[in-house]
Design a binder for this molecule. Structure first.
Ligand SMILES: NC(=O)c1ccc[n+]([C@@H]2O[C@H](COP(=O)([O-])OP(=O)(O)OC[C@H]3O[C@@H](n4cnc5c(N)ncnc54)[C@H](OP(=O)(O)O)[C@@H]3O)[C@@H](O)[C@H]2O)c1
Length: 260
């Protein structure tokens, strides 16, 4: 699809992949709007890319999505691309005592319910555009889980499945449904998740990862799996138990120190 002169909304755009999308897409001549929960982070992003527009909004809150929709559509009636990028990742050891049951599913509210509700809210508007797209940012971990982050990986597998269904449901519209499944990428989210146990895995530069994503979108490649994400997908079919074993090394080490 054409990636100039669009009006693009990116959730979670103040840092990492969302911020890099904002930077590269703004440079290509698009109007870019970003959201996030933290106002200070949004303002910092705007200082770096003065032409972008910022809105404080939480994708896990349905009411906030409705308010965001009303504000954004009023100011930007030409909005035609939605990038569902906001996400969080946690380590959760189910042996640990005293878990807060509400808190346990926070990743589901943000990473899965968030994009689903954003799509539902923005869909009638996107349908009215001659050219439109939805980009759901899943993960290579949608194909093979990293068992130290069981809820996160379930959300990404769920988002992968949701995106496939959505693509079928929208096949007779002008809306292209993309899935970007990033590999390990150097952003604040990755933080401590990458360690010595993950030998053989590399971390992709965020600039390069987003450049691959934009190239894929330009070429109408609906499922974009940059770098090692493609290998994870391939291995999940070719040797699922082997690759799960590799991905289990960090939790195996954690389990040694866990009181079971
Ligand atoms: N980095 C990787 O290795 C990697 C690999 C595969 C997939 N991904 C996916 O890529 C996406 C972007 O992550 P990233 O790596 O760029 O990490 P990041 O730098 O932490 O970016 C995530 C952004 O989402 C925002 N966010 C979090 N919860 C939100 C909410 N409830 N509502 C609105 N915004 C929210 C955060 O800002 P606030 O905290 O201010 O809200 C933050 O700016 C995520 O979906 C992640 O799962 C990342």
């Amino acid at each position: 699809m054409k990636l100039a002169k669009n009006t693009i909304l990116i959730t979670g755009g103040a840092t990492g992949i969302g911020f890099e999308f904002a930077k590269q897409l703004e440079l290509l001549g698009n109007i870019v709007i970003i959201t996030g929960r933290d106002k200070a982070k949004l303002e910092k992003a705007k200082n770096k890319i003065p032409n972008i527009y910022i809105y404080q909004s939480d994708v896990s809150n349905s009411e906030a999505i409705s308010i965001l929709f009303d504000k954004v559509i009023k100011k930007f009636p030409d909005l035609n691309i939605l990038i569902n990028n906001a996400g969080i990742m946690r380590t959760i050891n189910f042996h640990n005592k005293g878990a807060d049951l509400e808190d346990l599913t926070t990743e589901i509210n943000i990473n899965l319910s968030g994009p689903i509700r954003m799509v539902k809210k923005f869909l009638p508007h996107l349908k009215s555009k001659e050219s439109a797209a939805i980009v759901n940012v899943s993960s290579g971990l949608a194909f093979t889980p990293l068992p130290q982050s069981p809820v996160y990986c379930a959300t990404k597998a769920g988002l992968h499945s949701f995106t496939q269904s959505l693509r079928v449901q929208l096949k007779n519209t002008h809306i292209k449904v993309f899935e970007l499944a990033p590999p390990a990428t150097d952003t604040p989210l990755l933080g401590s998740f990458f360690n010595d146990d993950m030998k053989g895995m590399t971390i992709m530069k965020v600039e390069e990862m987003v450049a691959v994503a934009i190239k894929g979108m330009k070429n109408d490649q609906l499922e974009i799996c940059p770098g090692q994400s493609n290998q994870l997908k391939f291995m999940s079919r070719l040797a699922p138990q082997f690759i799960l074993g590799q991905m289990s090394k960090p939790i195996d080490r954690m389990l040694k120190d866990t009181d079971i």
